[in-house]
Design a protein around this ligand. Sequence first.
Ligand SMILES: Cc1cc2nc3c(=O)[nH]c(=O)nc-3n(C[C@H](O)[C@H](O)[C@H](O)COP(=O)(O)O)c2cc1C
Length: 367
Amino acid sequence: MSALFEPFSLRSLTIPNRLWMAPMCQYSAAPEGPAQGVPGDWHFQHLAARAAGGTGLILTEATAVSPEGRISPYDLGLWNDAQTEAFRRITDAIKAQNSVPGIQIAHAGRKASTERTWVDRGRPLAPGEGHGWQPVAPSPLAFDAAHTTPDELTADQIAGLVEKFADTARRALAAGFQVVEIHGAHGYLVNQFLSPYTNHRTDAYGGSYENRTRLALEIVDAVREVWPAELPVFFRISATDWLSEDDRDDREGWTADDTVRFARELKEHGVDLLDTSTGGNAPDVRITSAPGYQVPFAERVKKETGLAVGAVGLITEARQAEKIIADGQADAVLLGRELLRSPSFAQHAARELGAAVHIPQQYHRAV
Ligand SMILES: Cc1cc2nc3c(=O)[nH]c(=O)nc-3n(C[C@H](O)[C@H](O)[C@H](O)COP(=O)(O)O)c2cc1C
């Protein structure tokens, strides 16, 4: 009996197994014009192929709540009707494969306006350079020397952001998604507010822990209000900035203790699962990565708060994934790069573990 291929229920939604696809930017949408941010054939085949491969839940790439919230000009967005319509074709295809369509909704904040990763290593685009624009953030602090210094968000702009996340969630529901994940990780806007490293505000949205977490909780509440009670909301967090783990680094950042405290609050506000990643907020930190290196952060949240967790990062083997679930370290594993290499990884894993998994009828002769 495989734990990895046991179904998992959150609210009224049952996800057929615990091997899920992590959100991954494809930088393949039109940068301007009527098709700006609209998913096309590349996104369709990319997401549908992993669903046909037996993956239990498919998360879209970071999908921006507004044009300036995209990471690169080529990112997906969900702020207009054309985008909403186009996503419907993808959610239908995922559901037809017995998989669950989920969407990660995001704002890049100060890390916005970059090239695609395969062009000049994804270097920042200055405002007006190509399709580049002026980024915004909690505080006017550039990510690094190459990035543009962002404009500090005003109180009105912050209120508008909360509405944008809610509007995108409403559109996601209309497009057929069954899970919405708020991107609070990897140094993007919500993460920038959470961490004292990037949030130097002196108003109600900066300073104390309560103030730094305010925007994230307002977004969660606004999304929860438009998202049906029978469907789950996920939150992706960077459990640490990796500043406090380094004895030689005395800069203040977001810590694993903060994550545990915040997970309890997210749970009270109606978040159903913490997708637990790390890093991305400070560029020059030391990270000791190894297979499954982020799993202990997920495990700690699960054990100390009872909130369901997803584990992600360098999970590449069936038995490794099986052990994480069987040992109770996480409720699900999210795979990124291994699913790029192997779209049918879930079917290979099921075979190795002697478990049943969805295989399209068209492929039954291969079994
Ligand atoms: C091409 C690519 C794009 C990514 N885009 C996103 C994204 O849009 N949102 C996000 O939260 N993480 C993103 N990530 C991080 C992955 O979701 C995942 O956390 C990371 O790759 C570690 O998992 P892995 O070792 O299984 O690849 C991306 C990773 C890759 C490789």
